[in-house]
Design a protein. Sequence first.
Length: 85
Amino acid sequence: MVRTANPALMKPMNLSAELEAVVGKGPLPRGEVVKKMWEYIKKNNLQNPANKRNILGDDKMKAIFGGKSEVTMFEMTKLASAHMK
């Protein structure tokens, strides 16, 4: 059985200004947004060294995280979704 990409993940989404500050100018598909967020996290060393599943928020990320200074990776994608239309 061949798995095809979920069309909802491929549809370009409009991004909030806060999200664009991290991933660049939209519209971008949801999968691309998550990929670019991970690039930003790795480039800025924002993974918690004690627990790599947690993401530390710098000023730009806190704007996406609703002011939280640390979230799980699953929480991150949920919070980022609120910044996509």
